[in-house]
Write a protein that binds this ligand. Sequence first.
Ligand SMILES: Cc1cc2nc3c(=O)[nH]c(=O)nc-3n(C[C@H](O)[C@H](O)[C@H](O)COP(=O)(O)OP(=O)(O)OC[C@H]3O[C@@H](n4cnc5c(N)ncnc54)[C@H](O)[C@@H]3O)c2cc1C
Length: 386
Amino acid sequence: MHRITVIGGGFAGLTAAITAAEAGAKVTVHEAHHTLGGRARTAEGPYKTNEGPHALYNGGPHWSWLKQRDLIGPLAPIPPLEAARLRLRHNGVLRRTPPFAMLKLLRPGARQAPVDVDFLTWATEQAGEEGARAAAHYSAVALFHHDPGALSAAFVQERLRRATKLPPEAHYPRGGWGSVIDRMAARAWNLGVRMETLSRVDTVPTDTPVVVATSLDAARRLLRDDSLTWTSGRAALIDLAVRTRRGDAFAVSDLDSPGWIERFTAQDRTLAPAGEQLIQGQIPIAPHETKADGITRAEQLLDLAFDGWRARVTWRRETVANGRTGAVDLPGTSWRDRPAIDRGDGVYLAGDQVAAPGVLSEVSFNSALTAVSLALGRHTLDLKHA
Ligand SMILES: Cc1cc2nc3c(=O)[nH]c(=O)nc-3n(C[C@H](O)[C@H](O)[C@H](O)COP(=O)(O)OP(=O)(O)OC[C@H]3O[C@@H](n4cnc5c(N)ncnc54)[C@H](O)[C@@H]3O)c2cc1C
């Protein structure tokens, strides 16, 4: 029987552990934290905030993999009345529909964008500068980057398409991603995976193949390999609970600069106590900007879309996610140029900043499948890469 060690018990580590165990391997997972889930953890307590993901895109390969194993669980669909309350800030005012020029970039038959040109240059040729800027800023919902227009046109176009598809690809596991993680952990447990929490690994074992399923920063330190870097986003995050008031927006996308605010209790009442709403916002910030700059922009959006919110606040938290929102690709680069999964000597990388396709956590998922396939020396695993 193959033995395999997985370092990191987040979405990538659990995917790797389940895949390897299903293939008959004897798996041990080491997780430094006292609970599994990594960035996909959902907070305990009255406000079920997510540190990372909310949206599970049903166009991704992880969707069918999780579904086949009955790991998604109940979803929280967005009621149509709430979906109609999506607002867009454009030229300083809230509107219900995107500017016409932006729609040109969303047409199903739109041309495939090139890898080696930045999105703003390419999209301006297609739709004019106003539409290009609005589209770039809208894409920040899945990019978390302060200047999406400066990234590879092909990279941004894929995220824009996925984030604007109808019917929407984004689905929300009821109770947050923590519920999916709990089901994945139970599945791993039932397959005989040994999961050791509070088990930080400082030296990579050499007696089994190893999947390093940590963030890329942690992998760089663990493997002492300075080449393990890639660009990512930086965003100010605001979590708010407010007393319920009829007429609040469902979500606000800022088309004047990147930013997204969403009232997650619109689709999932279990996330906050009765009579309160949970709102979470992400405002990408440039390297020279501070958390306060991002929070000020978030408050401007809240002022526009959530009447009297300041007097209704019952709980509030702010933080910065720095390099924690997955890979972004600069012009001339694609996922193939990111740090390779196979590091040699039986060590394989899985995570959301390595050489695998997909949007956000799908990169963690795809790389985990590839890492296990290589680690077990098999080519028969179901590698449904996008
Ligand atoms: C604000 C935000 C919003 C996001 N929104 C979405 C979204 O809507 N949809 C989506 O699909 N994705 C989203 N993402 C991305 C998603 O959260 C990540 O891609 C995914 O959770 C990464 O999983 P992972 O297992 O690769 O890494 P992690 O979750 O970081 O897991 C790595 C694990 O390794 C452990 N570890 C580290 N070092 C060691 C060590 N030496 N020994 C043992 N264990 C170690 C860590 O404790 C951690 O548990 C978002 C992320 C953020 C921050």
